[in-house]
Design a protein around this ligand. Structure first.
Ligand code: 5RP
Length: 221
């Protein structure tokens, strides 16, 4: 059983005709976008905003109507994945490199539905390295400031090339191992000049849908 797929498809049940929908990024959000595309072909009438160029391209191929962010006041529902989810529904996101657009879209959404497989549920955040998006200028200093917060920062690379986000920035993956106070850490990181945003999503998820390998689905609110 594909646990990511069943969680993602369950989330799509919450989308109703006429809604503006935020499309997440990653291998779980992928299944939600596929299902939305299928429903659009069956007559569902929605407009969407994507959190990455990848998701935008997928949506376009499926015939999902995309609108620019500038034309939107509020997004009704956003469906997105996560790298870790704790018991308070705080998240680490950004493993796929789209954390900034994901956070902008999430913050503009009436309801953020997070879809994950069971492996993403944790007692404490931090085993997954926390992605931090930063501008290129002076990034060496920005990285040293991050290090002083108690992590081992690693500049993200893909095939030996430095990874560049859809916004033209770097990502540094911060190995904290365990984050005891996510809210405090979120604020401390975002106070560092050069940091654009970090992958901690605090009190943003309205609902988390967990898919299990045995086919079960659980919803946390
Ligand atoms: C991308 C993200 C993804 O939602 C997160 O990395 C989870 O990805 P996946 O569903 O592939 O496990 O935050 O920036």
């Amino acid at each position: 059983m594909n646990a990511k797929k069943i969680a993602a498809e369950r989330a799509v049940d919450y989308i109703k005709d006429g809604m503006i929908v935020g499309l997440g990024t990653g291998s779980t959000a992928y299944w939600a976008i596929e299902k939305i595309g299928a429903k659009v072909r069956e007559g569902l009438n929605i407009k969407a905003v994507a959190t990455s160029l990848r998701s935008e391209e997928q949506a376009r191929k499926l015939g999902i109507k995309l609108i620019p962010f500038s034309e939107i006041d509020k997004i009704d529902i956003t469906i997105d994945g996560a790298d870790e989810v704790d018991q308070d529904l705080n998240l680490i996101k950004g493993g796929g490199g789209a954390l900034l657009r994901e956070k902008i879209v999430a913050a503009a959404s009436r309801q953020l539905i997070i879809v994950v497989d069971e492996s993403k549920m944790v007692d404490k955040l931090g085993a997954f390295p926390l992605p931090v998006e930063m501008v290129k200028f002076g990034y060496e200093i920005t990285v040293r400031k991050l290090q002083s917060l108690g992590c081992e920062p690693v500049l993200r690379k893909v095939d030996n090339d430095t990874y560049i986000t859809d916004n033209g920035n770097f990502i540094v993956d911060c190995h904290f191992k365990r984050i005891d106070n996510p809210s405090e850490l979120h604020n401390k990181i975002n106070m560092i000049p050069g940091v654009v945003d970090n992958g901690l999503f605090i009190n943003m998820a309205a609902k988390v849908i967990i898919g299990y390998n045995n086919g079960d689905i659980k919803e946390l609110i």
